[in-house]
Design a binder for this molecule. Sequence first.
Ligand SMILES: *Cc1c(COP(=O)(O)O)cnc(C)c1O
Length: 550
Amino acid sequence: MTFDPRSLARPWLLDVVPYTGEREAHGQDGLTLLDMNENPNGDGDGNTGLNRYPGPEVRALYARMARLYGRPENHLMISPGSDEAIGMLIRAFCTPGEHSILVNPPTFGMYALSAKVNGVAAKSVPMLADAKLDWTALSDAAEQDANARIIFLCTPQNPCGTAVPHDEILAFAKRHADRIIVVDEAYQEFADGPSLIDEPAGSLPNVVVLRTLSKAYALAGARIGCMIGEPGLVAIVKALQSPYPLPTPSVKAALAALSPAGVAQSKRQITELKEERDRLAAALSQHDDIETVFESQANFLFVTMRQADAWHQTLLNDFGILVRNQTKALPGGLRISVGTPRENDLLLQALGLAPAPKADRKAELKRETKETSIYCAVNLDKPGPSSIATGVGFFDHMLDQLTKHSGIAMVIATEGDTHIDTHHTVEDTMIALGQVLDQAVGDKRGILRYGHFDLVMDEARAQAAIDLSGRAHASFDGSFKADSLGGLQTEMVAHCIQSLAEKLRATIHVSVTGDNDHHKCEAVFKALAKALKMAVKIEGDALPSTKGLL
Ligand SMILES: *Cc1c(COP(=O)(O)O)cnc(C)c1O
């Protein structure tokens, strides 16, 4: 039997012709727009575009999200949060009083709530005690009730955080090929296992996947979610969409979050959140009152705790920390979102667990101009992980030297207008790097402040001296024979030092002698790295200045 979503759809949706304005057909570039009764004021300088209905940005977001999820655009419905898609799916396929949905408590409350407000029954098939799905009971429930049209699964699960094994979902979806299986992957970016959207297109016609930018892309306030499925099914749900459901500011925020710099930033944040999740889990498992810390594949932890209600109140009233009371979902249950390292330390301290070691000195920055899109992050107290990608081969090689020999973790992702030349890419990258380094050294308390190194490399010799003085000054003494080395113009070497000094607010002197340009250039960056390593080193807790300010 082949699955036909049209046979399940509420019949009147099948011949709905979705609303489209004339602009969808003609585009709007260069046109005088008198077709939508908008207020024309606001098209001038500094305009936000908010006088116009959303248009080109939405099309750009469809293209961008199609690329992100590896599916054609007509497999996608972008909605104001994936919550919205849950309600739309219910309205598209369930008739009130006749059809029902199946849910697996404890699970995301929105499935049952959406069903309720739409007059549709939500039938519960509880999970097993260890937060595993009861597939047998779920299959029985589906087989006994042909009117149970949608089965909602969630992986990694909310609230327990555990992942449902991929092959078990596949087997279940294939076994119940006459039902719509919604797989809510709101936290998939934090999980180690594969996503359902990685399955071959067309192989799971009855499966709909929900994704969101709310969690991994730090955009909960923008309300951007995405439903992914076969085009026939997606078209039926889209018939329910109101005109222009996505506000322009949200769409712009989503496009920025999915720019090359944005994606690099999210990747870095996800790595850190996963590290913090694991640190927090290990620490919480030491608590006398905590019975279980569930193995989490999301950005939160679920624990069962003795005196959970009392702990919930204590955290709130005595420490101003709000965690989610889930004792109704599971006895003793508390759900704790992973916060920043500092926030997590506050929680651990409030629970009387060992005060965590001092937070690393780190900073990050996203910088977008017409010429470059840059994400740059550093951690002065960790040697890695680092990744450098600027699109300029030799410059990457130099920045690799800088991170390696300074022992400073650097994540640098630059996409620049290298089709013009590499100038902006190199300059803006050094500006961004200087800024994050300055931010990361913070109040400079306890640092050595001065650093210097004399580095030889075969016939080449470079000397670098740094003072993190708060005052920018750069001097470079040296010359190169070639104009360019692997895409890096040699005149940019002095310029790099200049940009770094300015943004790091440091005095930097570098000189180099030798024969071979490659050696000389590499010696410069290595000497700089070594001097920087020394200058940022912590040796005490005093401010290294007689003025009391740096
Ligand atoms: C947070 C969450 C959502 C909601 O996502 P939005 O896109 O913000 O509406 C969906 N499903 C689960 C399981 C969630 O935890």
